[in-house]
Write a protein that binds this ligand. Structure first.
Ligand SMILES: O=C(O)CCC(=O)C(=O)O
Length: 283
């Protein structure tokens, strides 16, 4: 999808072209480093306070339980950048908090996001916001430039212990000569295409690597065809799906209304992501 706008809101014309040509752009400053670190502090506070709600296996759709993450999902700079790429009617499908603990073996194998998302399109953008430094030492994302132009590749489910993808799904033959590391400071984001091949290495540093992946923002014509259509409305005209609902926004952390909606949305998400899989993990 190409949205030709005369005056982009946040992205430069060059960045828009890069997104279409390479399948990703980076870095884009969203909030200050200070603001990112205070979001990280709040995240670590709620991890202590509500360990049932947020933990390594309960990491999907946290924007429905915590108001400070909902605010990030609706951040004007992020949404303006997305509007530059997909136009004015925007809904969010899901979010994932990707945390790699210090000196841990957790990694993400080469994959294309759109493979198991159950959508009738591969063409949608995912912002990934760094809440701590994301670099080669901490295990930043690496993208294969231009790989979004190929079709979805064969993914092998491995369920490997340290692979933090749902199925541990792997694409075997990847042209690593086109690999680009996405280095981000806290408060910066990258945006990647639903079909770009990417992955990330373990965190070899003594600090956590935390990225909030808003996966993904879509225009209203993209439909969920495996599960039900649960969406968070973000901007513009509201979606009208007859097999789902628009989710509410939390008014405060652990708003019981949206915590309950998150449970339903996560059950739906799990059915979609694990459709046809031989095993099912808790995330
Ligand atoms: O956080 C990571 O290392 C991987 C995240 C990812 O694959 C994604 O956001 O699509």
């Amino acid at each position: 999808m190409r949205v030709n706008k005369v005056m982009p809101r946040v992205l430069t014309k060059l960045q828009i072209e890069q997104y279409h040509d390479q399948g990703f752009i980076c870095p884009i400053r969203v909030i200050s480093e200070q603001e990112a670190l205070s979001i990280k502090d709040e995240l670590e506070q709620v991890e202590k306070e509500f360990p049932e709600e947020i933990n390594s296996e309960s990491r999907n759709n946290l924007h429905l339980s915590f108001a400070f993450l909902d605010a990030l999902a609706h951040n004007k700079i992020i949404v303006d950048a997305i509007e530059d790429l997909i136009g004015p009617d925007i809904s969010l499908w899901a979010s994932v908090m990707f945390i790699k603990e210090p000196s841990s073996k957790q990694y993400v194998s080469w994959h294309q996001d759109a493979t198991y998302m159950g959508l009738d399109s591969l063409d949608f953008p995912t912002p990934w916001i760094a809440l701590s430094p994301s670099n080669i030492e901490t295990g930043c994302m690496t993208m294969i430039a231009g790989s979004h132009k190929t079709k979805i590749q064969n993914h092998e489910d491995t369920f490997a212990e340290n692979n933090i993808l749902t199925r541990g799904q792997v694409i075997q033959d990847v042209d690593e000569s086109k690999a680009v590391d996405l280095i981000l400071q806290p408060g910066e984001m990258s945006i990647h295409h639903g079909a770009v091949i990417h992955g990330s290495q373990p965190n070899n540093s003594n600090q956590r690597r935390i990225g909030f992946s808003l996966q993904s923002y879509m225009p209203n014509n993209v439909k969920q065809i495996v599960g039900r259509n649960f969406w968070t409305h973000v901007r513009g005209q509201k979606r009208q799906d007859d097999d789902g609902m628009l989710l509410d926004r939390p008014r405060f952390n652990m708003d019981p209304n949206t915590v309950a909606q998150r449970k339903i949305a996560n059950e739906n998400l799990s059915e979609i992501l694990y459709k046809g899989a031989k095993e099912k993990r808790n995330y």
